[in-house]
Design a protein around this ligand. Structure first.
Ligand code: NAD
Ligand code: LMR
Length: 332
């Protein structure tokens, strides 16, 4: 057994954390041989609920879970941590866009960025889940200047998983037989789910997804819209935002960051843009990445046609607008 990994989950009394904590404590993220110490951050009004979550974690008798520290203090939550799952934030309700949450949520990420800067390991890996995830991650990184920008990311893996599942269902194949789906841009309704480079395993043969689907209009319209608006559809049906699937995607994201991607496969992550594919610098944009030794690199050289360019620019424009709004909220 190795040394315990110190992990923090914020919003630990909430819906997503309820599924995520189970996955982490069971070993789905850091592996079956890695002991875990958990700090659970939430706000004071949720202290009692958090206590209940701690009781349940104890009652699971997980072999890997060495210690659980519930807290409402960012210093306690972030001191010496190796990984941070920043889930704690208000979810949207029916009829809202995710960016409508900026005013309520961005200050949380300013405060947590400052606390990570002061107390976390400089190698900490941070995934922001709380919406609007891209811009919250950007703000968090901005206020943690002593931690490399590459250590901050936001979740778009849920969108990737949704896109993969839609294609698998359309083709009548297993989810695991669809790979290399890309999510470009913002975790919002402007995101561009792109399957032009994706591969499907059909009757034992690897086929480009557009060739397997044989319906360009479906891929450019219905498929796109379904993935872009899936979060809203879940809210409409559940009266609550996605939680089980969000937790699964968050676990997938950190597991791949920790252990790397396999072969020539890639995954999508919201990461700091330094201008790849003509995306403006200084926004947190979802790109296809490969990961090795806990470092991600953007997959280069993929062909971008006019349709893709237009979609990629539109979602970048929204991220620039969100950045301006977030900076104003932080200044106020
Ligand atoms: P929830 O309301 O069930 O839980 C949120 C928890 O965060 C609550 O317990 C709340 O008290 C806590 N919290 C609020 N402020 C906090 C702070 N400053 N520090 C620590 N904890 C704090 O919501 P949920 O369903 O778990 O969703 C959480 C967030 O994740 C929402 O913003 C939601 O929109 C977002 N989300 C993102 C994705 C994605 O793919 N990126 C997917 C699903 C949900
Ligand atoms: C999702 O994609 O399900 C989440 O971001 C929740 C939401 O507000 O859509």
């Amino acid at each position: 057994m190795s040394e315990p990994v110190k992990v923090c989950v914020t919003g630990a009394a909430g819906q997503i954390a309820y599924s995520l904590l189970y996955s982490i404590a069971k070993g789905d993220v850091f592996g079956p041989n890695t002991p875990i110490t958990l700090t659970l951050l939430d706000i004071l009004p949720m202290e009692q609920v958090l206590g209940g979550v701690v009781m349940e974690l104890m009652d699971c008798a997980f072999p890997l879970l060495k210690k659980v520290i519930p807290t409402c203090d960012e210093k306690v939550a972030f001191t010496d941590i190796d990984a941070a799952f920043l889930v704690g934030a208000m979810p949207r309700r029916e009829g809202m866009e995710r960016k409508d949450l900026l005013g309520a949520n961005v200050k949380i990420f300013e405060s947590q960025g400052k606390a990570l800067d002061q107390y976390a390991k400089k190698t900490v890996k941070v995934v922001v889940v709380g919406n609007p995830a891209n811009t919250n991650a950007l703000i968090c990184s901005k206020y943690a200047p002593s931690i490399p920008k590459e250590n901050f990311s936001c979740l778009t893996r849920l969108d990737q998983n949704r896109a993969q599942a839609q294609i698998a269902s359309r083709l009548g194949i297993a989810n695991s037989d669809v790979s290399k789906v890309i999510i470009w841009g913002n975790h919002s309704s402007t995101q561009f789910p792109d399957v032009r480079h994706a591969v499907a395993l059909v009757n034992g043969k690897k086929v480009p997804v557009p060739e397997a689907v044989k319906d360009d209009s479906y891929l450019k319209n219905e498929f796109l819209k379904t993935v872009q608006t899936r979060g809203a559809a879940v809210i409409k049906a559940r009266k609550l935002s996605s939680a089980m699937s969000a937790a699964k995607a968050t676990a997938d994201h950190m597991r791949d960051w920790w252990f790397g991607t396999e072969g020539d496969n890639w995954v999508s992550m919201g990461v700091f843009s330094t201008g790849a594919y003509g995306v403006p610098e200084g926004v947190m944009y979802s790109f296809p990445v490969r990961i090795k030794n806990k470092q991600w690199t953007i997959v280069e050289g993929l062909e971008i046609n006019d349709f893709a360019r237009e979609k990629m620019d539109l979602t970048a424009k929204e991220l620039i607008e969100e950045k301006t709004m977030a900076d104003e909220v932080c200044k106020a």
